[in-house]
Design a protein around this ligand. Structure first.
Ligand code: HEC
Length: 132
């Protein structure tokens, strides 16, 4: 193969990867698929009245410091809401894994995306309110 065709093939490969499969948070995606998508589904739409759609959640905006808390400790359904199911805790997830999940879902569904660091998650988990 001459150098020109090698170059063309490399460029095509690069174009294909950068266009179709580029995902900045691959570990977050994997963890989301393993720990969250059973309920909230891969596209975030949830399951009708049972599991909330998390694409426009206020946990990305006004309640973002509580997102790590609900992932780690779960969320007990309140009488005041329509939701009848609790979200189970995921105590085994490390703060690093939680930050990856949060960056993945924010990047997918929050237009105001700002990357979180593990330090942010450490602080958020120190300050969880109303959690056991
Ligand atoms: C067993 C099913 C289940 C799993 C697994 C699950 N959730 Fe949930 N999730 C729920 C339910 C049910 C609620 C609503 C709970 C409530 O409002 O009390 C919820 C609520 C939420 C909310 C808040 C939605 C809103 O705006 O009110 C977010 C965000 C969320 N989940 C993200 C996640 C992430 C991220 C994971 C994976 C780490 C996950 N969930 C795993 C069932 C689940």
């Amino acid at each position: 193969m001459n150098i020109k065709s090698k170059l063309v093939i490399s460029l095509l490969t690069l174009a294909a990867f950068s266009h179709c499969t580029y995902e900045p948070y691959p570990q977050g995606k994997e963890l989301y698929e393993a720990y969250c998508s059973n309920c909230h589904s891969s596209d975030g739409t949830g399951l009708k009245d049972l599991i909330p759609d998390i694409r426009n959640s206020t946990y990305y905006s006004t309640r973002k410091s509580q997102l790590a808390c609900i992932i780690k400790h779960g969320l007990v359904a309140q009488d005041s809401t329509q939701v009848i199911m609790d979200m189970p805790p995921a105590p085994k997830l490390s703060n690093f894994e939680i930050s990856n999940i949060i960056n993945y879902i924010n990047h997918q569904w929050n237009e105001d995306f700002k990357e979180v660091l593990i330090l942010d998650i450490d602080a958020d988990l120190e300050n969880c309110v109303n959690q056991k």
